[in-house]
Design a protein around this ligand. Structure first.
Ligand code: AHG
Ligand code: MN
Ligand code: MN
Length: 310
């Protein structure tokens, strides 16, 4: 079995864009996630459950673990000396560290509403060279760590996606799957169906109705990492659409939509806003939102047809 860092150095031979600085940054992000995984595992024994009694830039309640995860990742990345900009869900402005290097956008803790009830949560990250406000297509790498029954890392570069599991005995992320390709079609749809009447598109309602007729089943954890992870391995579709309350959906482009779209597209799936690939959206604001429809090609293409026909 191959540990993450060894794997990255091996891959850097055929992929020169995986330079030493990028290996350092990915190594340090994943080190930070090991610390977070430790806190998550014994959360109810530490004073990290519950709200931090603050509202973040998104107007959402900040959980103690959101704040802790943000501090751990920020401090770890600052120490590398190779990160020029950091953008976090929990911080209003971009943190500028130097003029050149890699910029990292991250959702330190995804799935906040599941923290207190011991359900899978995660960390999502997106890496660009230079400026952070570039389209997802220009990402150098993107990934997420899921804190589930085991802690896993899914890491994408242009052209390939690799999967690692944290071995708690050695503390290494070990390669478990190379060149992950997602199923072309699945049997599961994942959407917060309680919002059915609030969705802006009639086409979307008809699409979901059509999946029911085709005997699909519904799975919705409410942590994007967990819902995307299942979609990657089992196929199907995950959707967070625009609705009358959230005109651009709920999920954020830079550290949720864009990295997940990069992973899904490089695993052979599709990720769209309803109009175009999420990877082609050029960000205007740091915390802008984006509607997300991602998953197996079959379902996403079908959804697109329904959206166009209204
Ligand atoms: P976060 O915890 O980082 O704010 O993200 C929560 C997101 C995402 O993980 C999930 O897909 C979505 O919120 C669920 O939202 P609803 O509760 O509206 O379905
Ligand atoms: Mn999130
Ligand atoms: Mn979050």
């Amino acid at each position: 079995m191959v540990p993450l860092i060894t794997y990255l150095f091996q891959k850097s031979i055929e992929n020169p864009f995986i330079d030493d600085d990028l290996v350092l940054i990915i190594g340090e992000i994943t080190s930070a996630t090991k610390i977070i995984a430790g806190k998550v595992r014994k959360a109810s024994l530490l004073d990290v459950l519950g709200s931090a009694e603050k509202i973040n830039v998104q107007g959402e309640v900040v959980q103690k673990l959101d704040e802790l995860a943000n501090d751990i990742i920020t401090e770890t990345l600052k120490c590398t000396g190779k990160a020029c900009m950091l953008a976090s869900e929990e911080v209003e402005d971009c943190l500028i560290l130097s003029d050149s290097g890699y910029s990292i956008a991250f959702d330190p803790l995804d799935g906040s509403s599941n923290i207190d009830v011991n359900i899978s949560i995660g960390t999502i990250f997106s890496i660009h060279k230079g400026d952070i406000k570039k389209s997802g297509r220009e990402q150098i790498a993107a990934g997420y760590v899921i804190y589930g029954p085991s802690t896993m890392l899914v890491l994408a570069f242009r052209g390939f996606v690799s999967v690692f599991t944290l071995d708690p005995e050695t503390g290494n992320f070990m390669l478990v799957e190379e060149n992950l390709k997602m199923p072309e079609k699945g049997k599961i749809y994942s959407i917060n169906e309680a919002n059915y009447d609030k969705w802006e598109s009639d086409g979307l309602r008809k699409f979901i109705d059509s999946l029911k007729e085709e005997k699909y089943t519904l799975r919705y954890v409410g942590s994007m990492v967990a819902d995307v992870h299942r979609t990657l391995f089992k196929g199907g579709v995950f959707i967070y659409p625009s609705d009358i309350k959230n005109r651009n959906g709920k999920l954020r482009l830079l550290y949720e939509g864009s990295p997940m779209a990069f992973i899904v597209e490089n695993a052979g799936g599709m990720a769209i806003t309803g109009e175009k690939s999420i990877l082609d959206v050029v960000p205007e604001e740091l915390h802008q939102r984006v509607p997300v429809i991602l998953g197996s090609k079959w379902e996403v293409e079908k959804c697109l047809k329904y959206l166009k026909n209204g």
